[in-house]
Write a protein that binds this ligand. Structure first.
Ligand code: 5GP
Ligand code: ZN
Length: 115
């Protein structure tokens, strides 16, 4: 997707602070962190929202969760814990239309749901 910020990050056209990469997943620091650790974990394949997942591409979710476990260990947040957030669609406030998980950690996090 030519106009997708995260696809540009994947291609190296926009710089990012990568913390993890494998064949199908990358993770990098959020440009506007809201916690001491704020990492975005994304598939390299462009999928706009969680609602675009289907039988063919759903395998990527397993890979993302496995990558998150590795990242959590590497970032030393596995023991104290972390929060995963995935926005989907307009009411969630999803800004970047390329599936991503926010991995938040590094302090006691606040209320779980902000409405
Ligand atoms: P959303 O609101 O779509 O769930 O989250 C998108 C996230 O992407 C936001 O937290 C925002 O700060 C982050 N973001 C947007 N543009 C960039 C960028 O160019 N680089 C990085 N590292 N993060 C970005
Ligand atoms: Zn994309």
């Amino acid at each position: 997707m030519d106009d997708c910020i995260f696809c540009k990050i994947i291609k190296g056209e926009i710089p990012s602070e990568k913390v993890y990469e494998d064949e199908e997943i990358i993770a990098f620091k959020d440009i506007k962190p809201v916690a001491p650790v704020h990492i975005l974990v994304i598939p390299k394949k462009h999928i706009s929202t969680l609602m675009e997942l289907n039988d063919e591409n759903m395998y990527i979710m397993e890979k993302i969760m496995k990558a998150i476990q590795k990242i959590a260990k590497e970032q030393n947040i596995a023991e104290n814990g972390f929060r995963l957030i995935a926005n989907c669609g307009p009411d969630s406030g999803q800004e970047v239309m390329h599936i991503h998980f926010h991995l938040l950690a590094g302090k006691k996090l606040g209320p779980k749901i902000i409405c």
